[in-house]
Write a protein that binds this ligand. Structure first.
Ligand code: F6P
Length: 363
């Protein structure tokens, strides 16, 4: 068989580990693998590289993606010239399918988050034999317990929470670490728990400014002269709006989230006698070498994707349930975000050890 593979959406640690595992298994079975460059852009421009053992060797430790990626290349609303523009997006689904046929590609593997798998499902409906592999540091896909990239992001965020403790303590400050995660609070919540944070602010639980202030004041009364806050980029005040650097026309992500921690720092400085400082982790969380867990997960996903092709089980996505690598229908995998449940054990455990979500109603 001739198999096409691409990485779509934001990069994250573990993409290369999937490409490596998938390709090595495919070569063993005697298949040919071509890697489309820059996500679906490569499929539209028919721009690809032939993968051999040389390209995929020694890349398990490498962050990013050797194929490149794009979070604006959507064949079903294509805004990249010369094919389309942001003002006049082109419908290039059929064109992409023709490109696959012209190159005699027998099936396509799409490694990406919800946006990429949505596009994969559309191609599946058009008759393209397709397999999805889930990635995102946000861990917000409901069909899989974990996506690769998340564990590495958590590691970075937890280390940041650990490290800001010393300055917070020495200077009696409030230190706010802002994590990514888009509309899900997983990175913030788990890094706050693991790093011993005091307050965690997540999109799923809107905060009350007065509850943050009272909590910090109460801590001071108890002799705790510093506080650590972990704020997800998607956190917002009760009844408030999301904080974004800018709106991005034409992107699958219309809002570039970030900066909520500055609002919280202002709030604290205005209402307490404490200095507040901010550390926005941004793309640090997506960079560098994947953790052991993400390498393991990526390798399993790559191998599972190849198994599915051998079984001709198209229209499915590899997923992890417990310790098992399973297949879920793309149809069931897309559009359902996995978010933190405020009634979960994890949230009540955090409350029971004295952490705050900046919302006293939770107690
Ligand atoms: O989905 C992964 C993610 O890193 C989010 O956590 C974040 O909101 C977004 O992508 C940032 O995307 P970009 O790198 O395109 O600004």
């Amino acid at each position: 068989m001739k198999i096409g593979i691409l990485t779509g959406g934001g990069d994250c640690p573990g993409l290369n580990a999937v490409i490596r595992a998938f390709s090595k298994y495919a070569f063993k079975k005697g298949h040919e693998v071509i890697g489309y460059k820059d996500g679906f852009k490569g499929l539209i421009e028919n721009d690809f590289i032939r993968l051999s053992d040389k390209e995929v060797s020694g890349i398990i430790t490498r962050g990013g993606t050797i194929l490149g990626t794009s979070n604006i290349a959507n064949p079903f609303s294509y805004k990249i010239p010369p094919f389309g523009t942001p003002e006049k997006p082109a419908q290039l689904g059929d064109f992409a399918v023709k490109n696959l046929k012209r190159e005699n590609v027998d099936c396509l593997v799409t490694i990406g988050g919800d946006g990429t798998q949505n596009m994969a499902y559309k191609f599946h409906q058009m008759g393209v034999p397709i397999i999805g592999v889930p990635k995102t540091i946000d861990n917000d896909l409901s069909a899989t317990d974990y996506t690769f990239g998340y564990d590495t992001a958590l590691q970075v965020a937890t280390e940041a929470v650990d490290r800001v403790h010393t300055t917070a303590e020495s200077h009696e400050r409030v230190l706010i670490v802002e994590t990514m995660g888009r509309y899900a609070g997983w990175i913030a919540l788990r890094s706050a728990i693991a790093g011993g944070g005091d307050i965690v602010l997540i999109p799923e639980i809107e905060y009350e400014p007065k509850d943050i202030i009272n909590y910090i004041k109460e801590r001071r009364k108890k002799g705790k002269t510093f506080s650590i806050i972990v704020a997800a980029e998607g956190a917002k005040e009760k009844g408030g709006t999301l904080t974004a650097y800018k709106k991005v026309a034409g992107s699958t992500d219309p809002l570039r989230l970030g900066g909520v921690s500055n609002k919280i720092a202002d709030l604290i400085e205005k209402n307490t006698c404490m200095e507040a400082r901010v550390v926005i982790l941004g793309h640090l969380q997506r960079g560098g070498t994947p953790t052991h867990f993400d390498r393991w997960l990526s390798t399993g996903f790559g191998a599972k994707a190849m198994d599915l092709i051998e079984e001709k089980k198209y229209g499915y996505m590899a997923a992890l349930k417990g310790q098992d690598f399973i297949a879920v229908k793309l149809k069931d995998a897309i559009g359902k975000l996995k978010r933190v449940d405020k009634k979960s054990f994890e949230v009540s455990a955090a409350l029971n050890i004295g952490m705050s979500f900046g919302n006293e109603d939770l107690k």
